[in-house]
Design a protein around this ligand. Structure first.
Ligand code: GLN
Length: 454
């Protein structure tokens, strides 16, 4: 049914870069056979899933939205993909994204725009716009996204889907094409909070292939989602982050946010205001740390190891000249912009002023979170300042594009988990997201609150 749906609507939506019909049907048949033989299977066995194209999948093309990886087929599976396959979820295909996960609109994909199913003239968010659009358009019931500064949660907000960035280290990064290794996390994109919890539980947990993976059981997210669905939030302290609302947020976004706070109060939660003064510098710190790490991570795309190779049109074919020609032709403008920013920030003489200062701001943000979590069990804010904007509106203005992540970036810098749940429609008829943040390793708290709001 989902493959039929993809055939029917993906010509318009363009959520997928690659559809793996045959493989998906084969997995589905295997699960049927296991069930028929009386075997006990995972609760999500047979439920199809779409995977963001930044996650490597053995035998399926993986481009990370970039020309430089066009035609590359990975020889191994990411750990989370291995777990998905072992549980018997048919992988429907790979979803579109901003090149190397850099962007907030999926307009930076080298393979064309993904459209927001709510309005085909608008962006589906980014970088994981393909995963969010696939779920919102009923092409897939579940999807995997990755979130370095908001790329699961902001697309979730603007497409009316649930998006979860787990605690840093909660889901293995082995097999994610790294953007910024200290910020990247993979997580669920779904239509309900319980679906997200089931998927989170499946892909989460320790992995010896990832040295930053937490060696502890996954928090009780499924149980928390069930508890939250019963609607009891008695005794829960909800902190509204003063710095993440008000000026700059669309009126309809703020109105829906206030209504959800009312709903939380009605369910027994105590709503308090908290202040995180350093959050005002989060975007600045992010746009030094993230490009710095990306410039290093992307150095491996040299025209020799993976995908594209372009030889210089004339003159000697040296390693350096092949690298230059390949990277010049293979990377898009946004990726080049960030590599230049990152190498500049890391260069001798500037390191302390830029990268060093940004790391200090990161510590201040972590302290703000620690102080706020003394006063509240979870923190909340609108996920994104506006609803989905039109194609082209922010494409030529990187700063305007970067501002979409103002509310989501602090969580990545501190490593804490974040969730976006649908929060009704703004006055323009487009979806709004409600963000819930919890302390590291307390992901279950977000599920309790998210399910209660559903
Ligand atoms: N939009 C942010 C950026 O462009 C976040 C991207 C992400 O989370 N992958 O960097």
């Amino acid at each position: 049914a989902h493959l039929d749906r993809i055939t029917a609507v993906d010509g318009d939506v363009h959520a997928f870069l690659h559809v793996a019909s045959e493989e998906a049907l084969e997995t589905a048949a295997q699960v049927d056979a296991r069930r028929a033989a009386g075997e006990e299977v995972h609760p999500l066995a047979g439920v199809p899933i779409a995977v963001k194209d930044v996650v490597v999948t053995k035998g399926l093309p993986t481009t990370a939205g970039s020309k430089i990886l066009e035609g590359w087929v990975p020889p191994y599976d990411a750990t989370l993909v291995e777990r998905i396959k072992a549980a018997g979820l048919p992988i429907l295909g790979k979803t579109n994204m901003d090149e190397f996960a850099m962007g907030s609109s999926t307009e930076h994909s080298a393979f064309g725009n993904t459209k927001n199913p709510w309005d085909l003239e608008r962006i589906p968010g980014g970088s994981g716009g393909g995963s969010a659009a696939a779920v919102a358009a009923f092409e897939a019931p579940l999807a995997i996204g990755t979130d370095t500064g908001g790329s699961i949660r902001q697309p979730g907000a603007v497409t009316g889907t649930v998006g979860v960035k787990p605690t840093y280290g909660g889901v293995s990064r082995y097999g994610l094409i790294a953007m910024a290794s200290s910020l990247d996390q993979a997580g669920p994109v779904t239509r309900t909070v319980l679906d997200a919890a089931l998927l989170h539980e499946l892909i989460g947990g320790h992995d010896p292939h990832d040295s930053t993976s937490i060696d502890e059981p996954v928090p009780g997210v499924v149980e928390a989602a069930r508890q939250g669905a019963s609607g009891d939030l008695a005794g829960l302290r909800v902190g509204v982050v003063r710095e993440l609302s008000g000026e700059g947020y669309q009126a309809g976004v703020s109105a829906r946010f206030e209504e959800s706070l009312e709903q939380l109060r009605a369910l027994g939660a105590e709503v308090v205001e908290v202040s995180c003064p350093s959050f005002g510098y989060a975007l600045d710190a992010y746009y030094l740390i993230m490009p710095a790490e990306a410039s290093s991570n992307l150095a491996k795309f040299d025209g020799m190891r993976f995908g594209l190779r372009v030889e210089p049109a004339e003159g000697p074919v040296t390693a350096e000249r092949v690298m230059g020609a390949t990277r010049g032709a293979g990377f898009g403008d946004e990726v080049k912009r960030r590599i230049i920013l990152g190498t500049y920030a890391l260069s001798a003489g500037y390191y302390d002023a830029y990268y060093g200062s940004a790391q200090k701001v990161r510590t201040l943000i972590q302290r703000d979170f620690a102080a706020a979590f003394e006063k509240a069990d979870v923190l909340v804010s609108p996920t994104a300042p506006t609803t989905a904007f039109k194609f082209g509106e922010k494409l030529d203005d990187p700063l305007a594009m970067y501002l979409n992540d103002i509310a989501t970036i602090p969580a990545n810098l501190a490593g804490v988990p974040g969730m976006s749940v649908p929060n009704g429609l703004s006055d323009d008829g487009l979806p709004v997201g409600f963000q819930i943040l919890a302390p590291a390793k307390a992901d279950d708290r977000m599920y309790r609150v998210g399910a209660a709001l559903e």
